[in-house]
Design a protein around this ligand. Structure first.
Ligand code: FAD
Length: 438
Protein backbone atom coordinates (compact mmCIF):
# COMPACT_ATOMS: atom_id res chain seq x y z
CA UNK A 1 0.00 0.00 0.00
CA UNK A 2 1.13 3.52 -0.82
CA UNK A 3 -0.03 6.82 0.63
CA UNK A 4 0.73 10.46 -0.13
CA UNK A 5 0.99 12.96 2.72
CA UNK A 6 0.33 16.45 1.47
CA UNK A 7 2.09 18.84 3.83
CA UNK A 8 0.72 22.37 4.09
CA UNK A 9 1.07 24.13 7.46
CA UNK A 10 2.20 21.10 9.42
CA UNK A 11 5.89 21.11 8.54
CA UNK A 12 7.07 18.67 11.18
CA UNK A 13 7.50 14.98 11.91
CA UNK A 14 6.68 15.16 15.65
CA UNK A 15 3.00 14.86 16.49
CA UNK A 16 1.93 15.04 12.88
CA UNK A 17 -1.30 12.97 12.68
CA UNK A 18 -1.45 12.85 8.86
CA UNK A 19 2.14 11.61 8.59
CA UNK A 20 1.80 9.17 11.50
CA UNK A 21 -1.36 7.61 10.03
CA UNK A 22 0.23 7.20 6.61
CA UNK A 23 3.29 5.55 8.11
CA UNK A 24 1.12 3.24 10.23
CA UNK A 25 -1.18 2.18 7.39
CA UNK A 26 0.96 2.11 4.27
CA UNK A 27 4.24 0.41 3.48
CA UNK A 28 5.30 3.23 1.18
CA UNK A 29 4.78 6.90 1.89
CA UNK A 30 5.32 9.97 -0.28
CA UNK A 31 5.73 13.12 1.82
CA UNK A 32 4.81 15.89 -0.61
CA UNK A 33 4.92 19.67 -0.54
CA UNK A 34 3.62 21.73 -3.43
CA UNK A 35 4.96 25.26 -3.73
CA UNK A 36 1.96 27.30 -4.73
CA UNK A 37 3.00 30.41 -6.69
CA UNK A 38 -0.26 32.09 -5.58
CA UNK A 39 0.96 32.09 -1.98
CA UNK A 40 4.63 32.88 -2.64
CA UNK A 41 3.99 36.57 -3.27
CA UNK A 42 2.14 37.40 -0.07
CA UNK A 43 5.09 37.93 2.21
CA UNK A 44 8.82 37.65 1.44
CA UNK A 45 9.51 37.07 5.14
CA UNK A 46 7.15 34.11 5.37
CA UNK A 47 8.29 32.71 2.03
CA UNK A 48 11.88 32.61 3.27
CA UNK A 49 10.80 31.04 6.56
CA UNK A 50 8.77 28.46 4.65
CA UNK A 51 11.73 27.52 2.45
CA UNK A 52 13.93 27.11 5.52
CA UNK A 53 11.26 24.89 7.07
CA UNK A 54 11.02 22.78 3.92
CA UNK A 55 14.78 22.32 3.71
CA UNK A 56 14.82 21.24 7.34
CA UNK A 57 11.89 18.86 6.88
CA UNK A 58 13.59 17.31 3.86
CA UNK A 59 16.74 16.72 5.90
CA UNK A 60 14.77 15.06 8.70
CA UNK A 61 12.79 12.87 6.32
CA UNK A 62 15.98 11.83 4.54
CA UNK A 63 17.49 10.79 7.85
CA UNK A 64 14.43 8.52 8.30
CA UNK A 65 15.05 6.88 4.93
CA UNK A 66 12.48 8.94 3.03
CA UNK A 67 12.49 12.37 1.42
CA UNK A 68 10.34 15.41 0.89
CA UNK A 69 9.01 15.43 -2.65
CA UNK A 70 8.77 18.98 -3.95
CA UNK A 71 6.49 20.08 -6.76
CA UNK A 72 5.52 23.50 -7.96
CA UNK A 73 2.09 24.60 -9.18
CA UNK A 74 -1.49 23.95 -8.18
CA UNK A 75 -1.42 21.75 -5.05
CA UNK A 76 -4.53 19.83 -6.10
CA UNK A 77 -3.32 18.97 -9.61
CA UNK A 78 0.17 18.11 -8.37
CA UNK A 79 -1.03 15.95 -5.48
CA UNK A 80 -3.30 13.97 -7.80
CA UNK A 81 -0.51 13.60 -10.35
CA UNK A 82 1.94 12.33 -7.75
CA UNK A 83 -0.65 9.98 -6.21
CA UNK A 84 -1.50 8.48 -9.59
CA UNK A 85 2.12 8.14 -10.64
CA UNK A 86 2.92 5.99 -7.58
CA UNK A 87 -0.44 4.20 -7.52
CA UNK A 88 -1.35 5.61 -4.11
CA UNK A 89 -4.62 4.51 -2.53
CA UNK A 90 -4.94 7.64 -0.46
CA UNK A 91 -3.88 11.19 0.26
CA UNK A 92 -3.76 12.49 3.82
CA UNK A 93 -3.45 16.10 4.92
CA UNK A 94 -4.19 18.44 7.82
CA UNK A 95 -7.58 20.15 7.75
CA UNK A 96 -7.35 23.94 7.65
CA UNK A 97 -9.83 26.77 8.17
CA UNK A 98 -9.05 29.69 5.85
CA UNK A 99 -11.27 30.27 2.83
CA UNK A 100 -8.35 29.55 0.51
CA UNK A 101 -7.51 26.30 2.30
CA UNK A 102 -11.11 25.11 2.30
CA UNK A 103 -11.53 25.76 -1.40
CA UNK A 104 -8.33 23.78 -1.95
CA UNK A 105 -9.70 20.94 0.20
CA UNK A 106 -13.00 20.91 -1.72
CA UNK A 107 -11.26 20.78 -5.08
CA UNK A 108 -8.96 18.02 -3.86
CA UNK A 109 -11.93 16.04 -2.56
CA UNK A 110 -13.65 16.22 -5.95
CA UNK A 111 -10.52 15.23 -7.84
CA UNK A 112 -9.84 12.36 -5.45
CA UNK A 113 -13.36 11.05 -6.01
CA UNK A 114 -12.89 11.29 -9.76
CA UNK A 115 -9.68 9.26 -9.58
CA UNK A 116 -10.85 6.86 -6.85
CA UNK A 117 -8.27 8.00 -4.39
CA UNK A 118 -9.25 8.23 -0.73
CA UNK A 119 -8.80 11.65 0.88
CA UNK A 120 -8.37 11.75 4.64
CA UNK A 121 -8.21 14.95 6.65
CA UNK A 122 -6.43 15.03 9.99
CA UNK A 123 -6.22 17.40 12.93
CA UNK A 124 -2.94 19.04 13.85
CA UNK A 125 -3.08 22.79 13.24
CA UNK A 126 -4.69 23.59 16.58
CA UNK A 127 -4.90 22.05 20.06
CA UNK A 128 -8.63 21.34 19.76
CA UNK A 129 -10.28 20.90 16.38
CA UNK A 130 -11.97 24.10 15.19
CA UNK A 131 -15.66 23.38 14.97
CA UNK A 132 -15.59 20.56 17.50
CA UNK A 133 -16.77 22.76 20.38
CA UNK A 134 -20.13 24.36 19.74
CA UNK A 135 -21.92 26.83 21.98
CA UNK A 136 -25.38 26.01 23.30
CA UNK A 137 -28.29 27.52 21.43
CA UNK A 138 -27.21 26.28 18.03
CA UNK A 139 -24.49 28.89 17.29
CA UNK A 140 -21.81 27.88 14.83
CA UNK A 141 -18.90 29.16 16.87
CA UNK A 142 -18.07 30.82 20.15
CA UNK A 143 -18.01 34.58 19.75
CA UNK A 144 -16.76 35.35 23.24
CA UNK A 145 -13.47 34.04 24.54
CA UNK A 146 -14.09 33.20 28.22
CA UNK A 147 -16.82 30.58 27.72
CA UNK A 148 -14.77 29.09 24.91
CA UNK A 149 -11.74 28.86 27.17
CA UNK A 150 -13.76 27.02 29.82
CA UNK A 151 -14.98 24.29 27.46
CA UNK A 152 -11.64 24.15 25.64
CA UNK A 153 -9.79 23.56 28.91
CA UNK A 154 -12.25 20.86 29.99
CA UNK A 155 -12.38 19.12 26.59
CA UNK A 156 -10.65 15.83 25.96
CA UNK A 157 -7.60 16.69 23.83
CA UNK A 158 -6.51 14.12 21.27
CA UNK A 159 -3.47 11.94 22.04
CA UNK A 160 -0.14 13.09 20.67
CA UNK A 161 1.30 10.82 18.00
CA UNK A 162 4.94 9.77 17.81
CA UNK A 163 7.30 10.75 15.02
CA UNK A 164 7.77 7.89 12.53
CA UNK A 165 10.96 5.88 12.95
CA UNK A 166 11.30 5.03 9.28
CA UNK A 167 9.85 6.14 5.96
CA UNK A 168 9.99 4.18 2.72
CA UNK A 169 9.49 6.05 -0.53
CA UNK A 170 8.19 4.12 -3.56
CA UNK A 171 10.84 3.40 -6.20
CA UNK A 172 11.50 5.94 -8.89
CA UNK A 173 9.75 9.03 -7.47
CA UNK A 174 11.40 12.24 -8.69
CA UNK A 175 11.96 14.15 -5.47
CA UNK A 176 12.33 17.57 -7.13
CA UNK A 177 14.59 20.45 -6.27
CA UNK A 178 13.93 23.04 -3.63
CA UNK A 179 14.56 26.46 -5.25
CA UNK A 180 17.41 28.48 -3.75
CA UNK A 181 16.54 30.28 -0.54
CA UNK A 182 14.59 33.47 -1.34
CA UNK A 183 15.40 36.76 0.37
CA UNK A 184 13.16 37.99 3.14
CA UNK A 185 12.66 41.64 4.02
CA UNK A 186 13.56 41.67 7.71
CA UNK A 187 17.25 41.48 8.62
CA UNK A 188 16.61 40.03 12.08
CA UNK A 189 13.92 37.46 11.23
CA UNK A 190 13.90 34.10 13.02
CA UNK A 191 14.98 31.01 11.11
CA UNK A 192 12.33 28.54 10.03
CA UNK A 193 12.18 24.78 10.56
CA UNK A 194 11.26 22.06 13.00
CA UNK A 195 14.82 21.65 14.26
CA UNK A 196 14.98 25.32 15.25
CA UNK A 197 11.43 25.13 16.64
CA UNK A 198 12.30 22.22 18.93
CA UNK A 199 15.41 23.97 20.21
CA UNK A 200 13.38 27.05 21.07
CA UNK A 201 10.59 24.94 22.52
CA UNK A 202 12.86 23.18 25.01
CA UNK A 203 14.60 26.44 25.95
CA UNK A 204 11.20 28.06 26.40
CA UNK A 205 9.97 25.37 28.80
CA UNK A 206 12.82 26.34 31.12
CA UNK A 207 11.75 30.03 30.98
CA UNK A 208 8.03 29.53 31.13
CA UNK A 209 7.45 29.99 34.84
CA UNK A 210 7.52 33.82 35.07
CA UNK A 211 5.34 34.18 31.95
CA UNK A 212 2.41 35.71 33.83
CA UNK A 213 4.64 38.47 35.18
CA UNK A 214 6.69 39.06 32.06
CA UNK A 215 4.43 38.66 29.06
CA UNK A 216 3.46 42.33 29.00
CA UNK A 217 6.90 43.60 29.95
CA UNK A 218 8.03 44.96 26.59
CA UNK A 219 11.79 45.36 27.22
CA UNK A 220 12.01 41.93 28.92
CA UNK A 221 10.92 40.18 25.73
CA UNK A 222 9.54 37.47 28.01
CA UNK A 223 7.22 35.68 25.60
CA UNK A 224 7.99 32.46 23.77
CA UNK A 225 8.35 33.87 20.23
CA UNK A 226 7.08 30.49 19.08
CA UNK A 227 4.26 31.97 16.98
CA UNK A 228 6.01 31.65 13.58
CA UNK A 229 6.72 27.98 14.33
CA UNK A 230 3.09 27.40 15.23
CA UNK A 231 2.04 29.26 12.09
CA UNK A 232 3.94 26.82 9.86
CA UNK A 233 3.35 23.81 12.08
CA UNK A 234 7.07 23.39 12.78
CA UNK A 235 5.86 22.80 16.32
CA UNK A 236 2.66 21.03 17.31
CA UNK A 237 0.37 23.35 19.28
CA UNK A 238 -0.92 20.30 21.16
CA UNK A 239 2.56 19.25 22.20
CA UNK A 240 3.24 22.81 23.39
CA UNK A 241 -0.07 23.01 25.26
CA UNK A 242 0.53 19.64 26.95
CA UNK A 243 4.04 20.61 27.98
CA UNK A 244 2.82 23.95 29.37
CA UNK A 245 -0.45 22.64 30.75
CA UNK A 246 0.19 23.69 34.34
CA UNK A 247 0.91 27.29 33.35
CA UNK A 248 -2.61 28.67 33.08
CA UNK A 249 -1.72 32.13 31.69
CA UNK A 250 0.34 30.64 28.89
CA UNK A 251 -2.17 27.96 27.96
CA UNK A 252 -4.80 30.67 27.89
CA UNK A 253 -2.85 32.50 25.17
CA UNK A 254 -2.63 29.30 23.16
CA UNK A 255 -6.38 29.04 23.50
CA UNK A 256 -6.77 32.48 21.91
CA UNK A 257 -5.15 31.00 18.84
CA UNK A 258 -7.63 28.12 18.75
CA UNK A 259 -10.44 30.57 19.47
CA UNK A 260 -9.73 32.61 16.34
CA UNK A 261 -9.48 29.46 14.22
CA UNK A 262 -12.99 28.46 15.17
CA UNK A 263 -14.17 32.05 14.61
CA UNK A 264 -12.61 32.03 11.13
CA UNK A 265 -14.18 28.67 10.34
CA UNK A 266 -17.63 30.12 11.02
CA UNK A 267 -16.80 33.54 9.56
CA UNK A 268 -14.50 33.01 6.56
CA UNK A 269 -14.56 36.65 5.50
CA UNK A 270 -12.88 37.72 8.70
CA UNK A 271 -10.12 39.64 6.83
CA UNK A 272 -12.46 41.93 4.97
CA UNK A 273 -15.87 41.97 6.63
CA UNK A 274 -16.56 43.33 10.10
CA UNK A 275 -18.04 40.83 12.50
CA UNK A 276 -20.12 43.64 13.99
CA UNK A 277 -21.08 45.79 10.99
CA UNK A 278 -22.60 48.52 13.14
CA UNK A 279 -19.16 49.30 14.59
CA UNK A 280 -17.58 49.63 11.16
CA UNK A 281 -18.87 52.85 9.78
CA UNK A 282 -16.80 55.96 9.49
CA UNK A 283 -13.16 55.30 8.80
CA UNK A 284 -11.03 58.13 7.48
CA UNK A 285 -9.12 58.04 4.25
CA UNK A 286 -5.69 59.45 5.02
CA UNK A 287 -2.91 57.89 3.01
CA UNK A 288 -0.28 60.21 4.48
CA UNK A 289 -1.02 59.25 8.05
CA UNK A 290 -1.25 55.60 7.06
CA UNK A 291 2.19 55.83 5.46
CA UNK A 292 3.66 57.47 8.59
CA UNK A 293 2.20 54.66 10.65
CA UNK A 294 3.67 52.00 8.35
CA UNK A 295 7.08 53.66 8.37
CA UNK A 296 7.19 54.03 12.15
CA UNK A 297 7.20 57.84 11.87
CA UNK A 298 4.03 58.79 13.73
CA UNK A 299 6.01 60.81 16.27
CA UNK A 300 4.64 58.67 19.10
CA UNK A 301 7.69 56.67 20.18
CA UNK A 302 5.98 53.54 21.53
CA UNK A 303 4.01 53.21 18.28
CA UNK A 304 7.05 53.82 16.10
CA UNK A 305 9.13 51.33 18.09
CA UNK A 306 6.54 48.59 17.47
CA UNK A 307 6.24 49.35 13.78
CA UNK A 308 10.00 49.29 13.38
CA UNK A 309 10.32 46.05 15.31
CA UNK A 310 7.86 44.60 12.79
CA UNK A 311 10.06 45.53 9.85
CA UNK A 312 13.34 44.60 11.55
CA UNK A 313 12.27 41.19 12.86
CA UNK A 314 9.09 40.18 11.04
CA UNK A 315 7.58 39.92 14.50
CA UNK A 316 6.18 42.34 17.05
CA UNK A 317 5.58 42.05 20.77
CA UNK A 318 1.89 41.43 21.50
CA UNK A 319 1.58 44.58 23.62
CA UNK A 320 3.08 46.60 20.76
CA UNK A 321 0.61 45.00 18.33
CA UNK A 322 -2.24 46.17 20.55
CA UNK A 323 -0.84 49.68 20.87
CA UNK A 324 -0.03 50.16 17.18
CA UNK A 325 -3.32 48.70 15.96
CA UNK A 326 -5.30 50.86 18.39
CA UNK A 327 -3.31 53.89 17.31
CA UNK A 328 -4.24 53.32 13.67
CA UNK A 329 -7.93 52.67 14.25
CA UNK A 330 -8.86 54.61 17.36
CA UNK A 331 -6.41 57.49 17.28
CA UNK A 332 -5.97 58.12 13.55
CA UNK A 333 -9.47 56.78 12.78
CA UNK A 334 -8.15 54.76 9.83
CA UNK A 335 -9.77 51.51 8.70
CA UNK A 336 -8.43 48.29 10.22
CA UNK A 337 -8.18 46.55 6.84
CA UNK A 338 -5.00 48.31 5.60
CA UNK A 339 -3.57 47.48 9.02
CA UNK A 340 -4.42 43.81 8.55
CA UNK A 341 -2.68 43.86 5.18
CA UNK A 342 0.45 45.60 6.42
CA UNK A 343 0.87 43.17 9.30
CA UNK A 344 0.11 40.28 6.99
CA UNK A 345 2.91 41.29 4.66
CA UNK A 346 5.58 41.45 7.39
CA UNK A 347 4.67 38.99 10.14
CA UNK A 348 6.36 35.60 10.14
CA UNK A 349 3.39 34.39 12.17
CA UNK A 350 0.91 36.24 9.94
CA UNK A 351 -2.18 34.16 9.39
CA UNK A 352 -5.74 34.99 8.51
CA UNK A 353 -7.58 33.94 11.70
CA UNK A 354 -5.18 35.43 14.24
CA UNK A 355 -4.22 38.54 12.37
CA UNK A 356 -7.71 39.54 11.28
CA UNK A 357 -9.36 38.30 14.48
CA UNK A 358 -7.05 40.38 16.64
CA UNK A 359 -7.36 43.43 14.39
CA UNK A 360 -11.12 43.27 14.59
CA UNK A 361 -10.90 42.89 18.35
CA UNK A 362 -8.81 46.07 18.60
CA UNK A 363 -10.90 48.01 16.08
CA UNK A 364 -14.04 47.12 18.05
CA UNK A 365 -15.65 45.33 15.10
CA UNK A 366 -14.89 41.85 16.43
CA UNK A 367 -15.09 39.72 19.54
CA UNK A 368 -14.18 42.28 22.19
CA UNK A 369 -16.78 42.42 24.93
CA UNK A 370 -15.73 46.06 25.48
CA UNK A 371 -15.45 47.33 21.90
CA UNK A 372 -15.20 51.00 22.91
CA UNK A 373 -12.12 50.43 25.00
CA UNK A 374 -9.45 53.10 24.58
CA UNK A 375 -5.74 52.51 24.47
CA UNK A 376 -3.89 55.59 25.61
CA UNK A 377 -0.46 54.94 24.09
CA UNK A 378 1.39 57.02 26.66
CA UNK A 379 -0.20 55.27 29.59
CA UNK A 380 0.51 51.95 27.93
CA UNK A 381 4.12 52.97 27.32
CA UNK A 382 4.65 54.15 30.89
CA UNK A 383 3.17 50.97 32.24
CA UNK A 384 4.75 48.37 29.98
CA UNK A 385 8.02 50.11 29.02
CA UNK A 386 8.55 52.17 32.16
CA UNK A 387 12.19 53.05 31.53
CA UNK A 388 11.87 53.45 27.78
CA UNK A 389 14.25 50.58 27.05
CA UNK A 390 12.00 49.08 24.36
CA UNK A 391 11.64 52.43 22.57
CA UNK A 392 15.36 53.14 22.59
CA UNK A 393 16.02 49.64 21.24
CA UNK A 394 14.02 50.30 18.07
CA UNK A 395 14.09 54.08 17.63
CA UNK A 396 17.73 55.13 17.44
CA UNK A 397 16.86 58.82 16.98
CA UNK A 398 15.78 58.81 20.64
CA UNK A 399 18.74 56.88 22.02
CA UNK A 400 20.03 59.89 23.91
CA UNK A 401 16.78 60.52 25.85
CA UNK A 402 16.94 58.80 29.20
CA UNK A 403 14.16 57.19 31.21
CA UNK A 404 10.45 57.66 30.84
CA UNK A 405 10.86 61.07 29.11
CA UNK A 406 11.52 59.19 25.89
CA UNK A 407 7.80 58.46 25.56
CA UNK A 408 6.80 62.10 25.11
CA UNK A 409 9.50 63.91 23.18
CA UNK A 410 7.10 66.82 22.59
CA UNK A 411 7.42 67.64 26.27
CA UNK A 412 11.19 67.97 26.19
CA UNK A 413 12.75 71.44 26.39
CA UNK A 414 12.62 73.16 23.00
CA UNK A 415 16.39 73.09 22.44
CA UNK A 416 16.57 69.32 23.08
CA UNK A 417 13.59 68.76 20.81
CA UNK A 418 15.17 70.74 18.00
CA UNK A 419 18.26 68.52 18.19
CA UNK A 420 16.20 65.37 17.56
CA UNK A 421 15.70 64.08 14.06
CA UNK A 422 12.25 62.87 15.02
CA UNK A 423 8.77 64.09 13.95
CA UNK A 424 6.09 65.64 16.15
CA UNK A 425 3.07 63.44 16.91
CA UNK A 426 0.36 62.91 14.31
CA UNK A 427 -2.92 64.54 15.14
CA UNK A 428 -5.70 62.49 16.61
CA UNK A 429 -9.03 62.13 14.86
CA UNK A 430 -10.90 59.99 17.34
CA UNK A 431 -9.57 60.28 20.87
CA UNK A 432 -9.67 63.42 22.91
CA UNK A 433 -5.93 62.78 23.07
CA UNK A 434 -5.42 64.70 26.29
CA UNK A 435 -2.11 62.97 26.51
CA UNK A 436 -0.85 65.03 23.59
CA UNK A 437 -1.18 68.36 25.39
CA UNK A 438 2.17 69.71 26.43
P1 FAD B 1 3.30 34.06 23.57
O1 FAD B 1 2.95 35.17 24.49
O2 FAD B 1 4.50 33.25 23.88
O3 FAD B 1 2.02 33.19 23.41
C1 FAD B 1 2.07 31.83 23.01
C2 FAD B 1 1.23 31.59 21.80
O4 FAD B 1 -0.13 31.87 22.06
C3 FAD B 1 1.59 32.45 20.61
O5 FAD B 1 2.68 31.94 19.90
C4 FAD B 1 0.30 32.44 19.82
O6 FAD B 1 0.20 31.28 19.04
C5 FAD B 1 -0.77 32.38 20.90
N1 FAD B 1 -1.28 33.73 21.17
C6 FAD B 1 -0.84 34.61 22.06
N2 FAD B 1 -1.60 35.71 22.06
C7 FAD B 1 -2.54 35.53 21.11
C8 FAD B 1 -3.62 36.31 20.63
N3 FAD B 1 -3.92 37.53 21.10
N4 FAD B 1 -4.37 35.79 19.63
C9 FAD B 1 -4.11 34.58 19.13
N5 FAD B 1 -3.11 33.80 19.55
C10 FAD B 1 -2.34 34.26 20.53
N6 FAD B 1 -0.76 36.04 16.30
C11 FAD B 1 -0.46 35.19 15.29
O7 FAD B 1 -0.09 34.05 15.55
N7 FAD B 1 -0.58 35.59 13.99
C12 FAD B 1 -0.98 36.84 13.65
O8 FAD B 1 -1.07 37.15 12.45
C13 FAD B 1 -1.27 37.76 14.69
N8 FAD B 1 -1.66 39.02 14.41
C14 FAD B 1 -1.99 39.88 15.44
C15 FAD B 1 -2.45 41.18 15.15
C16 FAD B 1 -2.80 42.04 16.16
C17 FAD B 1 -3.32 43.43 15.83
C18 FAD B 1 -2.69 41.63 17.51
C19 FAD B 1 -3.08 42.56 18.63
C20 FAD B 1 -2.24 40.37 17.81
C21 FAD B 1 -1.89 39.47 16.80
N9 FAD B 1 -1.44 38.15 17.09
C22 FAD B 1 -1.16 37.30 16.04
C23 FAD B 1 -1.48 37.62 18.46
C24 FAD B 1 -0.19 37.78 19.29
O9 FAD B 1 0.26 39.10 19.25
C25 FAD B 1 0.93 36.85 18.84
O10 FAD B 1 0.45 35.54 18.73
C26 FAD B 1 2.07 36.84 19.84
O11 FAD B 1 2.59 38.14 20.01
C27 FAD B 1 3.17 35.91 19.35
O12 FAD B 1 4.30 35.97 20.15
P2 FAD B 1 4.71 34.77 21.10
O13 FAD B 1 4.79 33.51 20.33
O14 FAD B 1 5.94 35.20 21.83
O15 FAD B 1 3.48 34.72 22.09
Amino acid sequence: RTAVVLFTRDLRVHDNPALAAACANAEQVVPLYVLDPALGKLSPNRTRFLHQALADLRKTLRALGGDLVIRMGDPVAEAIEVARSVGAEGIGMAADVSGYARRREDRLRRECERHRIALRLFPGLTVVDPGSLRPGGGGQSYRVFSPYFRVWRAAQWRDEVAAPSKITLPQGVAVGRLPSLPDGESPDAAEGGETEARKRFSTWLRHLEPYADLHDDMPADGTSRLSPYLRFGCLSPLELANAARENEPYVRQLCWRDFYYQVALAFPQISVKPMRPAADSSWRDDSDALQHWKDGLTGVPIVDAGMRQLQAEGWMHNRARLITAAFLTKHLGIDWRPGVQWFFRWLLDGDVPNNSGNWQWVAGTGNDTRPYRRFNPIRQAERFDPSGVYVRRYVPELKGIEGVAVHQPWRLPADVRRGLDYPGPLESHRDEAVWLRP
